[in-house]
Design a protein around this ligand. Structure first.
Ligand code: ARG
Ligand code: ZN
Length: 463
């Protein structure tokens, strides 16, 4: 058993050491911060060598980051939450570092110029602590925050928005996308699943190491690792692609089967609407957790171990995020409506399937939004990231655009917008510019700006 020496700030931030129920102060006024990012660096690849046993809750990690500099720098700052670091090397050379809450500061051996590329190796480990957001509770030591979670001898990850730093040091901003390799060593009675292609399984004394490659750029909030015993079912989706569905054996092999059996039809629907599925693998995994939401983790969608409202529509929602959210990723958290608004729009299309019922559904959505004076989908406070305005009014932006330009021009926009930003990031001004160009109607600019930024909702265009 490893001995842990905990610094004082870590002990103070550790929920499991606190008494029964604590709620972080619910403040609606925290701006979406950018402090978890180092503007001087671009991480190109994360190689994460993780050893974990849910029974002890310990996570040992060696993270190798391939970094290039966007400006001259003598140090770099990564996000890392509550896990002590023991050693840092830059291109093989030991370097000084320091830790403060949620920060790992690393001194470079010398001032390096913009364009310099190097590898940073970070050895760290301990018991991961979830990242709490304003209003989250800690009930009897179990937090409902984000990040690495351990429950009933299993572990899983839900990062969005800033939980990645609870299990690996990272440049935690949606615009710094990178490729990943995960090597996850677990007791040999368990299996590890992570984003991407399983490339090897190696047995050691009482352990197994699973290696996964995610070779498409991925934002930190979409990275995930799961450790449990699973029933795994492969489901053909179409020529050249199959889904791997992983269900914790504790949940029974038929858990939510009626929903995941619809994956082939859902994939076909999205490919017809937008274009080919962006990634080389397709996975869906359940957890034993009781979280109230699913997450579109890249090429490995995560669902909690309880039925969510929304049924099949909720499954189509997460699948559509693979195109809008994961391949085309919001540049900043303020732009999150570009992810959730699109997913809600496709959900509308999937659950209605004919023009008349779609019209009715949009009308109902519109009336509700008007009745509640729903504010703009573009958000500036962290508290609003997953608010109805992001999803509902976000979808209405797209329905309003479609009603203005007509079905054919809208379809042209949708496919062109996807192609223009696939595997990259997109900001709200990028979206507005693309809409004006691809529909051939520059006059939509003003209407979109009002729908996206104005607190007061504009009238819905007559179609
Ligand atoms: N992105 C998820 C979705 O598909 C929602 C995540 C909600 N996250 C949270 N921390 N509550 O809608
Ligand atoms: Zn969503």
């Amino acid at each position: 058993m490893k001995r842990l020496v905990l610094p004082l700030w870590l002990i103070l931030c550790t929920p499991s050491l606190l008494a029964s129920t604590v709620t972080t102060p619910a403040t609606a006024h925290i701006p979406l911060e950018t402090a978890l990012r180092d503007p001087a660096i671009d991480v190109e690849h994360y190689d994460l060598d993780l050893t974990s046993d849910p029974a002890t809750q310990l996570l040992d990690g060696v993270a190798t980051l391939s970094v290039s500099l966007k400006q001259d720098a003598s140090e770099l700052t990564l996000a890392l939450h509550a896990l002590p670091v023991t050693v840092v090397l830059v291109d093989g050379q030991l370097v000084p570092f320091s830790q403060s809450p949620d920060r790992l500061n690393i001194q470079l051996p010398e001032v390096l110029p913009a364009g310099a590329a190097f590898q940073v190796v970070i050895h760290y480990g301990g018991i991961p602590q979830q990242v709490l957001e304003p209003g989250d509770s800690v009930v009897s030591g179990v937090a409902d925050g984000v990040g690495w979670k351990t429950i009933r001898r299993s572990s899983y990850v839900l990062n969005e928005p800033d939980g990645a730093m609870s299990w690996f040091p990272c440049n935690d901003v949606p615009s710094d996308k990178a490729t990943y390799t995960f090597h996850v060593t677990v007791p040999d009675t368990l299996r590890a699943v992570a984003n991407g292609q399983l490339t090897s399984t190696v047995s050691g004394p009482g352990t197994r190491t699973f290696t996964y490659d995610m070779d498409s750029p991925m934002a930190t909030y979409l990275a995930t690792v799961h450790i449990d015993r699973y029933t795994q079912v492969t489901l053909p989706l179409r020529a050249g692609l199959e889904a791997m569905v992983s269900i914790p054996t504790m949940l029974g092999a038929n858990f939510q089967k009626a929903n995941w059996q619809q994956l082939p039809a859902m994939l076909k629907f999205m490919e017809q609407q937008v274009g080919p599925y962006p990634f080389g693998t397709f996975g869906l995994i359940y957890t034993q957790g009781q979280d109230d939401y699913a997450l579109e983790t890249q090429a490995l969608i995560t669902y909690p171990g309880k039925a969510l409202g929304g049924g099949a529509g909720g499954y189509l929602h997460e699948i559509s995020h693979q195109w809008f959210g994961n391949s085309v990723t919001p540049a900043n958290w303020q732009d999150i409506w570009l992810s959730e608004g699109f997913a809600t729009y496709f959900e509308d299309l999937w659950v209605t399937r004919d023009a008349a019922s779609l019209k009715q559904r949009v009308l109902t959505r519109l009336n509700k939004a008007q009745a509640s004076r729903m504010p703009a989908p573009y958000v500036t406070l962290r508290h609003d990231l997953f608010a109805p305005r992001v999803y509902q009014r976000g979808a209405l932006v797209l329905h309003a655009l479609r009603a203005t330009v007509g079905d054919a021009a809208f379809q042209r926009f949708l496919r062109g917008y996807y192609q223009r930003f696939a595997y990259k990031n997109v900001s709200t001004p990028d979206f507005i510019r693309a809409a004006a160009e691809l529909t051939g109607k520059p006059s939509v600019t003003l209407m979109l700006q009002r729908w996206i930024y104005d607190a007061v909702m504009p009238p819905f265009p007559k179609s």
